[in-house]
Ligand binder design. Sequence first.
Ligand code: DGY
Length: 386
Amino acid sequence: MTSHEWKIHNPDGGKRVIVTKDLPGDRWLRLLIRADCRVEICTSTDALSVAEIKAAIGSHCDAVIGQLTENWGDTLFAALKAAGGRAYSNYAVGYNNVHVAAATRHGIPVGNTPGVLTETTAEMALALTFAAARRTGESERFLRAGKYQGWLPTLFLGKLLQGRTVGIVGAGRIGAAYGRMMVEGHKMHLKYYDLTPNSDLEAYIKDYAGFLKARGETPVTCERSDTLEDLLKTADCVSLHTVLDQSTHHLINAQRLALMKPDAILINTSRGQIIDETALVAHCRTHPDFRAGLDVFENEPALEPGLNELENVVLVPHIGSATSWTREGMAILAAANVAGILMGFPVWQQPDIAPFLKDNLPQAAPSIINALALNLVGPHGATTDR
Ligand code: DGY
């Protein structure tokens, strides 16, 4: 790393905050500056190594905003603690790159950015679903290659999803939003697999089914599958929305792919390691009517050999949350996590983080994963700007 790869804002600020990638918008920066932070931003687009981040932390650093491409384990939390660090926020809702127990051991609160990625990521899952079902990548490549000779009754026949069954694995915020989009937009029946029932989602779809019935239309159904296998066997399209941990690593493997309908669609906008990518490549090769839409990859940015040669796979480079609104919102939440802890504010205890996107921010850290373990949970303060 060279010094020109860092830019410094508010050099006289009393607290030193490292931001390992430049973030969109400027409200997040203003928020940190108002909290008396000197903000040092790495302008390189390369993922920083542990050694590079450790060097950037140096002997004095109050807080860091880091990225999902970085390995935040004991080494970095020890370095941050030794440098007087008091807060870390991931610029992501997912935090499989963070060893939260290590942070807790060092007494460092870890923030993430939930709530602003929900609809955006669900929309990407939807985009991949229809790109896969209607073969848009494949047909665009055909067109651009100058192969289109005119309309044909059999050209790029795809799959109609209206009225079929969509399966969601993990019915949390993003999974449920995707499920509702598929049900409301395309009158699909919904199956979901989740260790915890989502009664809100079930009630919502029941109400929607009542609305359709009242209009003389076929009502949609919603069912929680007892087993993942049942969902995989019966769904026409399966979208993955689980967190990545030991229990979900390679959740979709060769055996489970073999259970799916030969022309099913598999979508992944969560984390790449949930699918055994070697098994997926083999499955897609032997099942040409099977389709996959992937935003995330097992060893990203590398692709499993053979993946990018498959016509029945749609690939995008981990852009599920890539809208300006969401990425700016993530930056505000990450900055508010860090600033909130540095200012001694309590942790926000409500699932709705929308107040942090309005003009007057609550005096609280919006989302601290290890708040309970660190005894940081208390009543949130009154709404004031900072
Ligand atoms: C997250 O926030 O976890 C996403 O993967 C970023 O798009």
